[in-house]
Design a protein around this ligand. Structure first.
Ligand SMILES: CCC[C@@H](/C=C/S(=O)(=O)c1ccccc1)NC(=O)[C@H](Cc1ccccc1)NC(=O)N1CCC(N2CCOCC2)CC1
Length: 220
């Protein structure tokens, strides 16, 4: 397993997006994963439509929340996902106007990953960026660095946000003779949040539940 890995260096991750005042994080986590799966399989990076999921995925709840696992299934049933350009984001629950014939990508199933973080890292290197759930409460005060909140401040039993792991690494502190393992995670709160729209979270002790709801779509 490489010491560090970052899918942003391989053109399978689109620029950071902004969900605005809508609880559609689950849709961004879903499109981020499928963008990566499609790019790896078809050597084509296409920004995909979150709004189609907000408006048309009736297994989820638009701006009131959802789950990537449901969204993968809904995309299959909707006949695919249109691009961001074809079905642009407006951040409100709207009327579905999907046209399956216009779909740019398709999904045929999904997988739930193991909760062991070493196995998750191995899966990431082999297969691409991973959709995860996380307890995002401490993220509201995050300004950079590797976040590693105390467990009672970030219970793994209160996962409330969908994001995308794009890589991992370790930060070394020579003067303390310490290395800090972390995940590199893409958020959907705009590029001005965190580290240019990304955050790093401690890797290896299930902090904030990062390891509990890791999933990926399967694309043909
Ligand atoms: C109100 C929806 C909030 C939204 C994200 C909002 S957010 O703006 O990104 C944010 C999150 C945390 C702190 C601050 C801001 N969260 C979700 O959609 C998260 C995302 C997630 C969770 C677990 C694994 C993967 C992804 N989903 C969820 O929290 N759930 C799925 C929908 C479910 N409800 C069913 C009944 O009808 C209403 C919805 C509630 C649980």
């Amino acid at each position: 397993l490489p010491d560090a890995y970052d899918w942003r260096h391989y053109n399978v991750v689109t620029p950071v997006k902004n969900q605005g005042m809508c609880g559609s994080c689950w849709a961004f986590s879903t499109t981020g994963n499928i963008e990566g799966q499609w790019a790896l399989k078809h050597s084509e990076l296409i920004s995909l439509s979150e709004q189609e999921l907000v408006d048309c995925d009736k297994e989820d709840h638009g701006c009131e929340g959802g789950l990537p696992e449901n969204a993968y299934d809904a995309i299959e049933k909707l006949g695919g996902l249109e691009s961001e350009e074809q079905y642009p984001y407006d951040g409100h629950d709207g009327t579905c106007h999907v046209e399956a014939a216009k779909a740019k990508v398709h999904v045929n199933g999904s997988v739930e990953l193991p909760t062991d973080e070493t196995q998750i890292a191995q899966w990431l290197v082999k297969n691409g960026p991973i959709s995860i759930g996380i307890n995002a409460n401490p993220l509201q005060f995050y300004t950079g660095g590797v976040t590693h909140p105390l467990r009672f401040l970030c219970s793994p039993n209160n996962i409330n946000h969908g994001v995308l792991i794009v890589g991992y690494g370790t930060h070394s502190y020579p003067i303390f003779n310490k290395t800090i393992p972390f995940w590199v995670v893409k958020n959907s709160w705009g590029v001005d949040w965190g580290e240019q729209g990304y955050f790093r979270v401690y890797r290896g002790d299930g902090t904030c539940g990062v390891n509990l709801m890791a999933t990926s779509a399967i694309v043909p």
